[in-house]
Design a protein around this ligand. Structure first.
Ligand code: HEC
Ligand code: HEC
Ligand code: HEC
Ligand code: HEC
Length: 109
């Protein structure tokens, strides 16, 4: 009986850990519609596959939205939202010679 209880407790822990990991990944697809230039459909899940290290983009260790620090106003970060996001997205696409670098390949009306 004792063994069974221990087993159940272990199973519960492992179960919660799996749920926590699944939730942490964020949305699979993110529609970014703030720019008048047009909506960007960002495939978060595909990028997580191609870019294994979350910190390549979430570079502060947490997973807050980029504009929570790179705001229009000075919120601690000196780099404004537009350049932070463009440097990150386009920068990597140029470096890897993969992924869109032209305005209309990302911004779709
Ligand atoms: C690799 C994809 C990509 C490319 C290429 C790209 N952009 Fe963007 N751009 C984005 C993303 C993502 C955002 C953030 C949109 C959002 O948050 O809704 C953005 C935001 C913007 C904004 C709004 C910034 C703000 O503060 O609201 C403008 C203006 C803009 N882009 C213009 C351009 C122009 C002009 C080009 C071409 C020279 C271009 N973009 C190329 C992805 C791209
Ligand atoms: C190629 C860049 C990139 C990679 C790699 C990446 N993410 Fe993201 N992630 C983003 C962007 C961009 C957003 C949208 C942020 C925003 O709205 O400002 C986002 C959003 C999120 C959110 C939702 C944040 C919120 O509050 O809305 C979570 C959670 C998240 N990511 C977790 C992860 C995890 C975990 C990994 C690694 C397995 C990962 N991401 C890898 C770019 C990336
Ligand atoms: C908790 C605050 C915070 C969050 C959230 C954040 N950044 Fe940053 N970021 C900074 C700070 C601080 C710097 C250092 C430069 C500065 O002061 O602007 C920086 C610098 C950058 C740079 C310049 C190159 C580098 O790595 O030093 C890029 C590009 C960038 N951030 C993109 C992003 C993107 C894309 C997201 C969302 C996925 C994001 N940041 C989320 C605070 C943040
Ligand atoms: C660290 C590298 C890296 C970063 C950062 C990155 N990407 Fe990409 N992206 C890629 C690669 C690699 C591909 C090509 C995938 C393929 O063709 O298999 C790609 C492809 C794409 C595509 C076309 C294919 C698809 O999945 O829809 C879009 C659109 C795109 N990226 C948008 C973005 C946006 C928007 C950002 C910033 C929020 C971003 N990417 C940040 C590496 C990156």
């Amino acid at each position: 009986m004792k063994k069974l209880i221990v087993l159940l407790i272990v199973a519960a822990f492992v179960g919660t850990a799996f749920i926590a990991v699944a939730q942490d990944k964020g949305p699979a697809v993110i529609k970014m519609d703030k720019a008048k230039m047009g909506v960007i459909t960002f495939n978060h899940a595909t990028h997580q596959g191609n870019v294994p290290d979350c910190a390549t983009c979430h570079h502060t260790g947490g997973f807050e939205t980029c504009d929570s620090c790179h705001g229009a106003k000075d919120d601690g970060a000196k780099i404004k939202y537009k350049s932070a996001i463009h440097d990150n997205c386009k920068g990597c696409h140029k470096e890897m010679k993969k992924g869109p670098t032209k305005c209309r390949e990302c911004h779709v009306k």
